[in-house]
Each structure stands twice: as structure tokens, then as C-alpha cells.
Design a protein around this ligand. Sequence first.
Ligand SMILES: [Zn+2]
Length: 62
Amino acid sequence: MHSQQPQFETIPVTSVEVVCDGGQGALGHPRVYLHIEGEEGFIVCPYCSRTFVYQGDHSHAA
Ligand SMILES: [Zn+2]
């Protein structure tokens, strides 16, 4: 038995400024701008409940 998929998507982002329009399909909604607070490191879209998780910048990546 596999564990169930999360009910909502978790989306890694590299900017604290996020634009969400729900993506394609049934979850689509008017475009909204979200701002990830530094202390929490994530924000949940109030329309489609997708969770955007701040990954930090990748300036140190090879
Ligand atoms: Zn959304």
C-alpha cells in the first residue's frame, strides 16, 4: 500500500514573490500575487490551497 498523494500540491519556489493562477484545469482561478514571509518560508494560496515553499536562492549551486 502506498501512502496517499497529498491533497494539495506543494510547489518549490526560489522567490518570495509568487504568482498563482491555479494552473490548468479545475483549480484555475484569477491571478493572485502572494508574498512568502521569511520566518514561515511558505504560503498557501487562498484560492486553490496549493502550498508554495521557499527554497532559497541557488546562487551557491554549481
Ligand atoms: Zn492558487
